[in-house]
Design a protein around this ligand. Structure first.
Ligand SMILES: Cc1cc2nc3c(=O)[nH]c(=O)nc-3n(C[C@H](O)[C@H](O)[C@H](O)COP(=O)(O)OP(=O)(O)OC[C@H]3O[C@@H](n4cnc5c(N)ncnc54)[C@H](O)[C@@H]3O)c2cc1C
Length: 551
């Protein structure tokens, strides 16, 4: 008797699928569509949320919007979808992106294969039967041959570690798990902890409503204008007529946006030329300042200094009080080595009478009290605390799932000193497991819907290949993984990123190993490497046939 058939029949309450996908954001939705509708494979999605959307389901804070242009920050896999959907703004707000993902779920009838309100806490590889056992708090709920983790890079919030946090008697909100109902800040004294990308978006909006807003900032950021505006019908028409060309151009650019004006070197340009380029990129918005000005900003400190100094000067121009401007001015790390936030009148927010900035690097938060926050030199009475303290990025979502691979190897143990992967999508010792936009891939430095489509295509094409070749186990070799890690590291060392404390390097989480978690060779070179691996029959992977075992 087939032992696998026996084990699956043993407990009929446990469902079996060819593929289980975890997450119903951009990644999980596309994976389900591709597997089920294009490959005819049985696939099922689990998500802890109560509906689709991923990032855009959870991050409902005021001001939340994408910072890559909507027409690029969207799926490219369906020309019909591209033609049917119309973005209203250059940078869509959270409700519009969530509507879009809901529309995708409806259009492709995806919800019927998604189980919501289900947090996966255990994923165990059954080596005998060559299956993954998928479990939640209550035990095993599914078995599958292939596992796709579409759990995102920014879906596990950093835990607040402020002393006596639970004693606060007012309202507490976190940007990454915002209530579905509108939060009313009118006449309230609000404290926002954190001034990164989410904090900057929220601060600008909350300041307009609150009686008083106190911002507790640890590290100032190099923020620049987003340049948001409504999209005119004419602009939309032009984009829709050229979508194919735009997507090709995006995929052939370093960060996955169709920018093509960057000059080779900031330091090689004349001061006048630099000024012209920076003025153009700064005010036009989006990520043009970092990706479309000069190609060497992330590689050459001297060049980087010219952009950093330009942004610092803009902060001093825009903030009236020189002391506040100084506190908001980033120093000690190069521009772009932390994700540069994009803003709309963020710096002008500090010119308002109802906004106070507190530097918690020099005067740290000592404790949270019943009535507010006490720093080392003052007490701030508050009605509301908003946490915008960031994420346990990149590895956090994967490491929180209790993943156990071959021979009882725990992913947490294997990655105790940082992530080890092959191509940033698989890891040795964990067969048939694919993680979408995982650590050591271009991930967060690539326009993510496109990065996600590339990875979903890679994972699902691999599954198709295995099925067509009567193979069923795929696992990267140790050698391929070691070589990939060395390549990722050697490229990172040529850039300015490893030296900065950021979530790119894990330095925002106490005790997390400090290692640059991004493939920094750019999307085009990464895509070529993956295409070559595929074209050559999955070089770097051990492929196995288990029919003999199951017989
Ligand atoms: C505020 C904000 C703005 C952003 N803006 C941009 C932008 O402009 N451009 C860009 O490229 N990227 C942006 N990002 C990154 C963004 O995360 C990605 O663009 C994209 O949404 C990721 O999609 P995903 O499906 O991979 O993951 P997510 O959207 O994070 O979805 C992951 C899903 O997995 C679920 N999940 C996780 N763990 C488990 C578990 N153990 N069990 C069950 N379910 C689980 C979560 O509930 C979630 O629904 C932004 C991120 C944030 C937080």
């Amino acid at each position: 008797m087939n032992p696998r058939a026996h084990s699956l029949a043993a407990d009929s309450s446990i469902k079996s699928f060819d593929v289980v996908v975890i997450g119903a954001g951009f990644a999980g939705l596309y994976a389900l569509h591709r597997l089920r509708d294009q490959m005819g494979v049985s696939a099922h999605v689990f998500d802890a949320a109560s509906d689709v959307g991923g990032t855009w389901y959870w991050n409902r804070y005021p001001g939340a919007r994408c910072d890559i242009e909507s027409i690029h920050y969207s799926y490219s896999f369906s020309e019909e979808l591209q033609q049917e959907w119309t973005w209203s703004e250059r940078f869509a707000s959270q409700p519009e992106i969530l509507n879009y993902l809901n529309r995708v779920a409806d259009r492709f009838d995806l919800r019927k294969d998604i189980q919501f309100n289900t947090r996966i806490t255990s994923l165990v590889w059954d080596d005998k039967n060559k299956l993954w056992e998928v479990g939640n708090e209550e035990g095993i709920i599914a078995r599958c041959k292939y596992l796709i983790a579409g759990t995102g890079n920014l879906s596990v919030a950093k835990k607040p570690d402020f002393k006596d946090f639970e004693k606060f008697k007012g309202e507490i909100y976190a940007t990454g798990s915002w209530p579905h109902e509108k939060v009313d800040f009118t006449s309230k004294r609000v404290g926002v902890i954190g001034a990164g990308a989410s904090g900057i978006q929220a601060i600008t909006e909350i300041a307009k409503e609150a009686a008083h807003l106190t911002v507790f900032q640890r590290t100032p950021n190099f923020a620049s204008p987003i340049g948001n505006e409504p999209l005119t019908p004419e602009a939309v028409k032009q984009v829709k007529a050229r979508y194919k060309e735009i997507r090709t151009k995006s995929r052939n650019s370093f960060g996955g946006m169709p920018y093509d004006k960057a000059l080779p070197s900031a330091i090689a340009a004349t001061p006048e030329e630099r000024r012209r380029v920076y003025d153009d990129c700064y005010w036009d918005g989006g990520f043009r300042m970092i990706f479309d000005s000069f190609q060497d900003l992330l590689f050459n400190k001297e060049s980087n200094d010219t952009a950093a100094e330009y942004i610092r000067a803009k902060i001093r121009e825009r903030v009236k009080d020189p002391k506040v401007a100084e506190m908001l001015t980033p120093k000690g790390y190069p521009y772009g080595t932390k994700r540069p936030p994009l803003e709309t009148k963020y710096y002008e927010t500090y010119n308002r009478d109802n906004v106070t900035l507190v530097d918690i690097k020099s005067t740290p938060i000592e404790m949270v009290t019943e009535h507010g926050i006490r720093t080392s030199n003052a007490e701030f009475e508050l009605d509301v605390i908003v946490l915008a303290i960031g994420f346990d990025a990149m590895t956090g979502p994967l490491l929180s799932m209790g993943i156990i691979g071959r021979a009882g190897l725990a992913l947490n143990k294997k990655w105790a000193d940082g992530p080890h992967t092959y191509l940033g999508i698989t890891t040795h010792g964990f067969p048939n497991l694919f993680f979408i936009t995982g650590p050591q891939s271009p991930s967060v430095l690539y326009n993510m819907p496109l990065a996600i489509e590339d990875h979903v295509a890679f994972a699902t094409d691999a599954i198709r290949y295995l099925r067509e070749h009567d193979l069923d186990v795929m696992e990267p070799t140790q050698e391929a993984e070691t070589q990939w890690g060395a390549l990722v590291d050697s490229i990172a060392q040529k850039t300015l990123l490893p030296g900065t404390d950021s979530w790119y390097t894990g330095a925002n989480i106490p005790g997390k190993p400090r290692v640059c978690m991004i493939y920094l060779g750019g999307a085009p070179s990464y895509r070529k490497i993956c295409a070559d691996v595929e074209a050559n029959g999955y070089t770097g992977f051990a492929l196995d046939r288990t029919a003999a075992i199951a017989a």
